[in-house]
Design a protein around this ligand. Structure first.
Ligand code: GMT
Length: 374
């Protein structure tokens, strides 16, 4: 099968999921054509069956905003025709679902039929999609997609409630390759922590929605009671504010900022506890990755997080902004070795149910359904 995948190429969750999906499909023998404005960060470009088509937007002085959607639709049309694609799978509704609808119309005029699958990831609905500037166009393009998937039951419900969507939405959760987390040679904590210190980790794009200041405050509460270090991974607009807060809270060298790194699996292997106190989170891929690495998770109960992090089993889910409960629960897990071990094992076991081996067939079935209906 020839599959076109449209996604953001950056470190964000939707881009990572789309890229890992494409890599896995290519391994299974599908020809996978990535369409984006830059090469996705996790793309195995040298592997067999992987192709990359860059969207080029030409600067023209008349335009204050360059017409990316137009260039994207044109690139989709070219790729469908030149590469004889069977299906287009777009990740993140804005503007990809809209651009795919346009491409489909252009192709229809040329006598080519292509099914479009849209995968909703979260902020494309919960934050950006609901904005009055985009709302109608987002609803339209979701309804015009041949198939729609959402990464959690919660996101499906939110989409259906808010947009009053006619199209049915299939839930296909985020996934991980558990093998990557099991085969960590030399998971040696001494690189980052002193003897007896606990390592607490947070990974995100440091946007407001992640409530990264809560991360520092929860850590400060843990730090008061036991020797611990906080590892911060990722980058984004809130980063300087968060590091300033850590400095002003007297946490000094016990907060280690690692920035953007591709060594996520190694860091998670060293992690004793993962924090994700987000305001809104459709799924929480970072929490799942942490669990696969054997770290219990203290998260908020926003969005789809309770579908990933089972309260009282793999960690705890608490009300958004309830720093005290999050700190108490973290200490409950960390202060007793036997309890900590129990949570670690349960987290790892739960992560296995989101393994790529279980989730990939759901996408393949959907592609087959879409192509056969064509
Ligand atoms: O806002 C982000 O965290 C990035 C965003 C994205 O689309 O790149 O992440 C969303 O998609 C991920 C993959 O499906 C989900 O695991 C994240 O929960 C979701 N983020 C939010 O809903 C805030």
């Amino acid at each position: 099968m020839n599959i076109g995948i449209v996604c953001y190429p950056t470190f964000g969750g939707s881009g990572v999921v789309a890229t890992e999906l494409g890599n896995a499909l290519a391994e299974k023998g599908c020809k996978v054509h990535f369409i984006s404005y830059s090469q996705p960060v996790r793309l195995n470009i040298l592997e067999r069956n992987i192709y990359y088509h860059e969207v080029n937007v030409h600067d023209y002085p008349l335009f204050q905003y360059q017409p990316y959607e137009l260039a994207l639709s044109s690139k989709m049309v070219d790729t469908v025709i030149n590469e004889k694609l069977d299906v287009l799978h777009v990740h993140y509704a804005i503007p990809h679902a809209y651009a795919a609808f346009m491409a489909k119309q252009i192709l229809r005029d040329e006598g080519v039929t292509i099914p479009v699958i849209t995968t909703l990831h979260g902020t494309d609905i919960t934050l950006v999609g609901k904005n009055p500037s985009y709302r109608r166009a987002v609803k339209f393009s979701i309804n015009k997609s041949d198939y729609v998937t959402a990464v959690s039951e919660n996101l499906k419900q939110e989409t259906q409630n808010f947009f009053n969507c006619g199209s049915s939405i299939e839930v296909i959760p985020n996934f991980i390759d558990n093998e990557l987390y099991k085969n960590q040679d030399g998971c040696d904590k001494t690189a980052l922590a002193n003897q007896g210190e606990k390592l607490i980790t947070h990974i995100s794009n440091f946007r407001k929605v992640k409530r990264t200041e809560d991360v520092v405050e929860i850590f400060a509460g843990i730090h008061k009671k036991m020797p611990a270090k906080l590892i911060l991974v990722g980058d984004g607009p809130e980063r300087s504010k968060v590091l300033e807060l850590a400095k002003n809270s007297g946490l000094g060298r016990d907060v280690i900022y690692l920035g953007k790194t591709t060594e996520v699996e190694r860091i998670l292997c060293l992690t004793d506890l993962f924090l994700l106190p987000s305001e809104s989170e459709s799924f929480g891929l970072a929490a799942l990755e942490a669990m696969a690495g054997g770290a219990p998770v203290i998260s908020s109960n926003a969005g789809g997080l309770p579908e990933v992090n089972t309260d009282g089993v793999t960690g705890y889910t608490c009300a958004v902004g309830d720093i005290k409960t999050m700190t108490d629960k973290a200490l409950y897990i960390l202060q007793d070795e036997a309890i900590h071990e129990r949570f670690k094992k349960a987290a790892q076991k739960r992560a296995e149910s989101f393994d790529i081996k279980a989730v990939l067939p759901l996408y393949i079935n959907l592609y087959e359904k879409a192509v056969n209906k064509k």
